[in-house]
Write a protein that binds this ligand. Structure first.
Ligand SMILES: [Zn+2]
Length: 92
């Protein structure tokens, strides 16, 4: 059993990794549109890469999903402590 990552500030287990300056090969991208009844228009919910062959990026930056603290160092340390990373499951 692996232990989840824990935000040093609030203890949440979820985080978002933001990659900037990406060079993505063979990507499948989902773009989300959500209808806003009051505004009578679609709100663009952003693009999401759901699959890719390779991702190269200039910089990676991790943010806690809960308190939005910068948890880049903590996530990097967590990922290094995981022995079997990179085998199929939801790797960004
Ligand atoms: Zn947090």
């Amino acid at each position: 059993m692996t232990q989840p990552f824990k935000c040093p500030k609030c203890g949440a287990n979820d985080y978002v990794v933001v990659l900037t300056g990406c060079n993505i090969k063979g990507a499948t991208v989902e773009e989300r549109y959500m209808w806003d009844d009051e505004a009578r228009e679609y709100i663009f919910g952003g693009s999401m890469v759901t699959e890719s062959d390779t991702v190269e990026s200039d910089a990676a930056h991790a943010v806690c999903s809960d308190c939005e603290a910068d948890v880049t160092e903590a996530v990097t340390a967590y990922e290094k402590s995981q022995p079997g990373s990179g085998n199929g499951e939801a790797q960004a």
